[in-house]
Design a protein around this ligand. Sequence first.
Ligand code: URA
Length: 239
Amino acid sequence: MERLDKLLASTGQWSRSQVKELVRQGRVRVDGIAAGKPEQKCDPAQTVAVDGVPVGLQKFVYVMMNKPAGWLSATEDKRQQTVLDLLDKPLQRRGLFPVGRLDKDTTGLLLLTDDGELAHRLLAPRSHVDKVYLARVDGRVNEEDAAAFRAGLVLDDGLECLPADLQPLEDGSRCLVTLREGKFHQVKRMLAFRGKPVLELKRLSMGPLGLDETLAPGQWRELSEREVEFLRTAVSERN
Ligand code: URA
């Protein structure tokens, strides 16, 4: 049993004070009966409706964003805009965080959620959740680079990278890089180590989840239940 105001506020659609007002105005019903007090106890299995519309008391929220260049993958920053600023107010109140970081100038698929457990599993290398990036480089990548990635690079600073996939595209000025880990600036550091510095980087997918290309940079949408299920399956297979 949980307080009604807490449950409703946890959906991110209303603040606690807005919930109080809704209850006062008689707009909240629990199993068809008008709620008397915001603090009344209620079971998440009960049907709660606001203005006659049942409220999905979802436990967690999952958002896919096409991250634009120039925004920080962080929850807050004193000086710079973060990806959280791109969400609407109710979602900002939910306390979502990015699942792994993309650099400020990197674009593409960014997942945001308040489900810490799933986020942790998605990022753990032992979950084998591949992340695929499209990189444009200064120079041309070739089969030798691909073989070096497959063997597992050891960078100048001693960083040992797990075996990774590199697929040159067209004339080699662009390539697909698939990693199952996510160390700081990893794609950029790996390609720079091969003498092909990254000029542009975009994440295309994370495990079974591909970037929805109908999302313009800066746009986002919630994941469908099916997509969340795919993610859960991807991490449960190895954990
Ligand atoms: N690797 C990078 O170098 N940068 C990113 O943003 C993501 C992966």
